[in-house]
Design a protein around this ligand. Sequence first.
Ligand code: GLN
Length: 474
Amino acid sequence: MNKNFSEISMELKSGQTSCKTLVDGYLKNIESKKNLNAFITVFDKEKLAKRSEFVDSKINSKSAGKLAGLVVAAKDAIVVRDERNTSGSKILENYISPYDATVIERLEKEDAIIIGKANMDEFAMGSSNENSAYGNVLNPLDTSRVPGGSSGGSVVAVAAGMSTVALGSETGGSVRLPASFCGVVGLKPTYGRISRYGLSAFASSFDQIGPIGNNVEDTALLTEIIAGLDTLDSTCADVPVPHYKDHLNKSVKGLRIGIPKEYFGQGLDKEIESSIRSTMDKLSREGAEIVDVSLPNTEYGIATYYILVTAEASSNLARYDGIRYTHRSQEAKTIAETYVKSRSEAFGEEVKRRIMLGTYVLSAGYYEAYYKKAQKVRTLIKNDFVNVFSKNIDCLLAPTSPTVAFKFGEKTKDPLSMYLSDVYTVNINIAGNPALSVPCGTNSENMPIGIQVISKAFDETMCFRVGHAIEKLV
Ligand code: GLN
């Protein structure tokens, strides 16, 4: 099932297959790989059949959109009209969205078919998908290992042939980390590149929807369709969206690729390091210039990230009060009890931990010491990237994760060690730059390794171009 969309599209146009057949195939796969727990909701069969037949008729009458027959899994934090949106939480267990997210609207306008809503860590908080109220998602390559999080369901849908592509979301690595753990491609776009309208909020100054595919071409196509100005999201930027495909086959010759030394220190698995270095050598043989660079404030990333996102989360999650949305405690007798009991019953441990942390760093006595200071460090980290890109550097290369996919339970007892899984991803979210994780090899246990291509703000083109070169070389 793991074909490129361009091949699938050709087969659809020539009548070799139909959307109906395609969707039925994916549904069969979803059923037979149920143990992976990639979906929270698979859409109604009849509804999908109707939609497929509608797109088939448009293909037949040659009036179909650019994504006709592209089957998409959406993270369960991206709302689809008349469908359930849980965000991986019990508090939204029965919430049905009355509207479509902008990204969904844009995909459907081009005749894509949304097949269902993918499992995820509760409110996108997690690195392993062990924080979902709907159970763990398993890594299809080794079911004793985590798929990575928080967009684990979306990534597994793509990796295990349950959809052609998927949408995840990132606050600190939630698309790139699982992409690297499962051997697929995932983009964290520039902050403001893709509308957040209809994405459940975790930390609004970080959140971005991220496209996931089996290859760079599909990921680039998906990005191109959903990116660009949206008046329903005031943080969405008015920057033209290029036709990425035109740039994929450009050579890397003459590009100056920076290697940030801080991403190769203590804690990086040796096999990952050697795989990354061998990818660098291959690019250098193609004529790219490999340059050592430094992002001196890297070490402050994790601390800064976990202060800022918990602060924003504590505020964003205040809307789940037992009055609106779904879960309301049956035990509560007063309004105050309704708030407290509903939230206590329906939020998971990690979400509670973050609400408490966030409330603490925003409290009058600690605001200056934590939140305000973290905002200042955010500027320093952002400036590291601005400085490095001002020196004629086209992109940076770094490992996506310090380790390959780890085993279930390995880090759940120690939140700090879990947070450190994001050590190579969070700074890019803090700075707002785009980064693409691409598979670059496997380790001795045959688990995939991901490399990330980081570029200037709004230069996703560079990520795709270099990512595509890597894909061909490895
Ligand atoms: N693992 C990180 C966290 O738990 C990133 C999550 C994300 O990108 N949504 O916050």
